[in-house]
Design a protein around this ligand. Structure first.
Ligand SMILES: Nc1nc2c(ncn2[C@@H]2O[C@H](COP(=O)(O)OP(=O)(O)OP(=O)(O)O)[C@@H](O)[C@H]2O)c(=O)[nH]1
Ligand SMILES: [Mg+2]
Length: 389
C-alpha cells in the first residue's frame, strides 16, 4: 500500500519535496514530480530523478532517468495552462503505465494528494489529467485531494520576477484550474501566497512558506503514514487517530449542496515540550502545553486569510504530541479543544497522534463551500477584468 504525494509544476513539486524532507514519510508514502522545466526538477532535494516525469510539448511524458532528459524536456508552458492541458490530453495513457511501473500493480493506492500552483501553466493545466490517471491506475476506488496554491494578486511586481505575468493572468489561470479540479478531485485544500503579505510574497520567501505547508501536511497524515497506527489498536486516549479517510470526509460536503467538493484551509501551530535544560537532562523540564492556545493559534494561521469561520461546514483538528501528553502525566485536555473547534461548526473531528519529537503541534483543517470564500470571489473578479493577451 502506498500513499501518493504528487507535485505538478514548480510550486507543487517544491512543496512535495519539503514534505519528504520529514523523517518517516517514505515508509508508507511516495513522491512523484511532474514538470516541464528541468531546472525546477533539479532543484528538488528529496525527490530523485527516478521519480521525475518531464512534460514536453514535442516529446510527451519523459521519465527523469531517460538519457538526454534535459534535451528532451524543454520549453515549458509559460503560464499557459491550456497548452499544458492539450499536451497531457494526448499522453494520459502513458502516465497510467508510468504509475504502475513506479508504484506497483493497481489497487494498492487508497489515497493521493496532488499539489499545484494554480496561477501557472504546467501544474494548473496537467493536474486534472494526473488525477484521472491516478483513478485509472488505482481502478476507481482511490480518493484524491488536490492542494492548490493561490497566486498573490496584490501586485504582480512583488509576485514574480517575470513582470509580463499580470495578476489578471494568474487569476484567470486559477479560475480555469479550480473549475476543472472541482470535477475531478474529491476535495480541495487552498494555500494562498497572498497570506505571506505584501512585503514577503517575493519568491525568496517561498521556501519558508513551503516548509510551513509541508509541516502541516506531515502532521495531518502522521497517524497512518508516519506512525502507522492501526486505530483499532490505539486505546486509552481521549481522541482517536485521524486517518486519511477522515480528511477526505472532512472535505466532502453533505449539506444542502450535497455532492459538491469542499474547499479546505489548513493551519498549524507548535509548541516545544522541553525547556532548553530539558533537552540535556531528559528527566526535567517537561513544559506544560496550553493546547487550547495552540488551537487558537493554528486557527489564526489558516492558509487563506479572513476565512469566514462562521460558514465553516466542518472542522478537523489533529494534535501530535509525545505520549506523556496524550495519556500520561501531562495529558492534554481534549474537551477544551473540541469545544473550541465546535464554536464554528457542529461537525468536528478531533484526533491525537503520538510523536517522539519534543513538540506538540495542532493542525486544523476547515471546510467551506466555494461560494463562501471571499478570496475566491476576489480572484474571480480579477480574472473577469483580465483581457487575455
Ligand atoms: N508557495 C509557493 N508558491 C510558488 C512556488 N513557486 C511558484 N509559486 C507560485 O505558483 C504560481 C505559479 O505556479 P508554478 O508552480 O510556478 O507554475 P508551473 O506549474 O511550473 O507552470 P509554468 O507556468 O509552466 O511554469 C505563482 O503564483 C507563483 O508565485 C513555491 O515554491 N511556493
Ligand atoms: Mg514552471
Amino acid at each position: 500500500m502506498v500513499y501518493l504525494f504528487i507535485g505538478a509544476g514548480q510550486a507543487g513539486s517544491a512543496i512535495v519535496d519539503d514534505i519528504f524532507a520529514h523523517d518517516g514519510m517514505r515508509i508508507e508514502a511516495a513522491p512523484l514530480a511532474l514538470n516541464s522545466t528541468v531546472r525546477d526538477l533539479e532543484n528538488l532535494s528529496n525527490i530523485g530523478d527516478d521519480r521525475w516525469i518531464g512534460v514536453s510539448d514535442s516529446e510527451g511524458l519523459v521519465p527523469g532517468t531517460e538519457p538526454g532528459f534535459e534535451e528532451l524536456v524543454t520549453g515549458g508552458f509559460g503560464r499557459q495552462p491550456r497548452r499544458a492541458d492539450e499536451t497531457m490530453e494526448n499522453h494520459s495513457g502513458t502516465l497510467v503505465s508510468m504509475l504502475s511501473e513506479r508504484f506497483g500493480e493497481a489497487g494498492t493506492v487508497p489515497f493521493a494528494f496532488v499539489f499545484l500552483g494554480l496561477g501557472g501553466g504546467t501544474g494548473c493545466g496537467i493536474a486534472p489529467h494526473v488525477i484521472e490517471a491516478i483513478r485509472e491506475y488505482a481502478s476507481g476506488d482511490v480518493k484524491v485531494i488536490a492542494v492548490g496554491v493561490l497566486p498573490n494578486t496584490q501586485d504582480p511586481v512583488h509576485d514574480v520576477s517575470d513582470d509580463e505575468v499580470s495578476a489578471g493572468r494568474q487569476a484567470a489561470n486559477t479560475v480555469y484550474g479550480l473549475d476543472r479540479l472541482e470535477n475531478t478531485a474529491d476535495g480541495l485544500i487552498l494555500v494562498d501566497n497572498q497570506r505571506l503579505g505584501y512585503e514577503n510574497a517575493a519568491e525568496g520567501r517561498f521556501s519558508e512558506y513551503n516548509e510551513y505547508i509541508a509541516g502541516a501536511f506531515v502532521d495531518l497524515v502522521a497517524g497512518p503514514v508516519i506512525e502507522q497506527i492501526d486505530p483499532g489498536e490505539y486505546e486509552d486516549v481521549d481522541a482517536p487517530i485521524i486517518d486519511i479517510q477522515d480528511i477526505v470526509t472532512s472535505l466532502s460536503r453533505n449539506g444542502t449542496n450535497g455532492g459538491e467538493i469542499g474547499y479546505g484551509t489548513i493551519g498549524r501551530a507548535v509548541q516545544m515540550t522541553k525547556s532548553l535544560p530539558g533537552y540535556f537532562l531528559p528527566k526535567i523540564g517537561d513544559k506544560e502545553v496550553d493546547a487550547v492556545e495552540l488551537t487558537y493559534s493554528a486557527q489564526a494561521k489558516q492558509t487563506v486569510e479572513n476565512v469566514p469561520f462562521a460558514d465553516a461546514e466542518k472542522a478537523l483538528g489533529n494534535i501530535r504530541a509525545p505520549r506523556e501528553y496524550i495519556s500520561g502525566s501531562q495529558r492534554i485536555d481534549v474537551s477544551e479543544i473540541r469545544r473550541r473547534l465546535r464554536e464554528h461548526t457542529s461537525e468536528v473531528n478531533l484526533g491525537m497522534v503520538p510523536t517522539n519529537r519534543n513538540l506538540v503541534s495542532c493542525t486544523t483543517l476547515y471546510t467551506f463551500g466555494r461560494e463562501d470564500l471571499d478570496r475566491l470571489s476576489e480572484i474571480e473578479e480579477i480574472a473577469e477584468a483580465h483581457v487575455p493577451a
